[in-house]
Design a protein around this ligand. Structure first.
Ligand SMILES: [Zn+2]
Length: 377
């Protein structure tokens, strides 16, 4: 069957597809009416961005079952209880997940390493049950996808800031646009790599939180609970260790107004330096054209400046202090390194993924591994 045939018989044409991003306090839901081959052009993407707003926000309960029920209610209400118009959904959920194979009977199941209200829950099963109750017409072909937060944020930011005409969807075409590295510094450090316009997939996405980093200053490497022999990045930079190391009670208190200015800038400087060590290692391996910084810690005032400085210093050569020769993008770190846009890019990234999947341009498996939610206190 050719891809054209697949599109001709695409069941989702004209139906509504959804994305749901489970954030700390709210479930962010976006939807659009899918049409075959949509977003194959830049104009199509702009139109899609228009269609995708407004986003619905539902107060999160932080318990998978409650959240999924709230989501189902929202979907049903949007479709006026007529689920024959439901084309599918991408759930951007806190992982890690038991499997990334959609054919596997455990597909949809969140592993025991997930946040407390989500452990061992099969959220796709829960959603199917919640959608089916008291309604008719849920199409068996409706697409249910799982995705991780960092990957969805990277995808959303990328497509919102790139010209889609220039994104390469085929291997070995002249339109290769280079790699793109998205870092989230939040409860833990997460990352996603986009290469040739697509998220790089694997059983685990870039597990950068367990990259070994060198302690700076007086720091003694705290042991990683998973790798006692390694000074893992998460042990210096995760939100919990940050509070512990600097004796701050709540993350919200880390501002120059609430704590001593010297301490504040020490926190930002050191955190940026550790993340930059990891980013420099990844950059030497993958030569990203752009690096994006997202997450609550990366949003702290001064973080991106310190990050650029540390990143540049780590890649400078000994002769003449020039940056890694031949890596052109390093010449202007101000444009190469940017901040993540709109906090909603994760929910748009999820929508983007489901549309790509329906267009058969998306990856064959979707990856789920990283946890992307703060621990409940
Ligand atoms: Zn580790």
């Amino acid at each position: 069957m050719t891809s054209l045939d697949k599109r001709v018989e695409n069941f989702a044409h004209g139906k509504t597809v959804f994305s749901a991003f489970f954030a700390e306090d709210f479930i962010h839901i976006a939807y659009t009416q899918y049409s075959m081959g949509m977003k194959k052009s830049f104009d199509g993407w702009l139109a899609m961005q228009r269609d995708m707003r407004p986003i619905t926000r539902v107060k999160a309960h932080n318990v998978a079952e409650d959240d999924i029920k709230s989501l189902a209610r929202e979907i049903k209400s949007h479709l006026k209880n007529n689920l024959s118009n439901f084309g599918g959904i991408c759930l951007v959920a806190p992982g890690p997940f038991d499997t990334i194979k959609r054919q596997d009977e455990n597909y949809g199941k969140i592993s025991r390493f997930a946040p407390s209200g989500w452990k061992n829950q099969n959220i796709i099963k829960l959603l199917k049950e919640a959608l089916s109750s008291h309604t008719k017409g849920l199409d068996k072909r409706a697409l249910f996808l799982l995705f991780n937060g960092p990957g969805a944020a990277a995808q959303g930011h990328y497509y919102a800031t790139e010209n889609r005409d220039e994104i390469d969807f085929q291997l070995n075409t002249p339109k290769l646009r280079g790699n793109y590295f998205h870092i989230i510094v939040d409860d833990l450090v997460h990352a996603a790599l986009i290469t040739r316009g697509k998220i790089l997939h694997g059983k685990s996405t870039l597990n950068v939180g367990h990259h070994a980093v060198l302690p700076i200053g007086e720091d003694i490497p705290p042991k990683c609970p998973i790798h006692p022999q390694r000074p893992c990045l998460n042990r210096f930079v995760s939100m919990a260790t940050l509070l512990e190391r600097f004796h701050v009670e709540r993350f919200e208190d880390i501002t120059p107004l609430k704590i001593d200015q010297d301490i504040y800038y020490k926190i930002v400087h050191e955190t940026a330096h550790y993340v930059a060590q990891m980013a420099a290692n990844v950059s030497l391996t993958t030569t990203p054209r752009r690096i994006v910084l997202g997450g609550r810690i990366a949003k702290l005032d001064g973080f991106d400046g310190y990050f650029r400085k540390a990143f540049g210093a780590l890649l400078r050569t000994s002769e003449a202090g020039i940056l890694y020769p031949g890596y052109e993008d390093l010449k202007n770190l101000n444009t190469m390194i940017e901040k993540q846009i709109d906090v909603d890019c994760g929910v748009f990234g999820g929508l983007d993924l489901i549309v790509d999947k329906l267009n058969e341009t998306g990856p064959s498996d979707n990856v789920i591994y990283l946890q992307f939610r703060s621990k409940r206190s």
